[in-house]
Write a new protein. Sequence first.
Length: 119
Amino acid sequence: QVQLVESGGGLVQAGGSLRLSCEASGDIYFPYIMAWFRQVPGKERELVARISSWSGGATYLADSVKGRFTISRDNAKNTVYLQMDSLKPEDTAVYYCASKRSGSTYPYWGQGTQVTVSS
């Protein structure tokens, strides 16, 4: 089992910044992929960003956050970060950290952290 614990959410004004962190613990075997999803009530969960643990850390960012969000990781700390800049009210959501070794589904999820962007 892998446990994921998110932190860093909160309330910020539009144009502001937040940094989310997600620390993994438990049965961690390299390489693995860590990702950030977000969900708004009544809508499907959306993949925001993804990063691998391979050397170079290949990344993915959703079009809606490109140029504003950055994903990074510290393998020594088993932690992934989501730096969110130029936040918009439409970024308001619960943000979840997730992890997988391979395949299309993520078996491990954090509890979620609320991000609220006021206009």
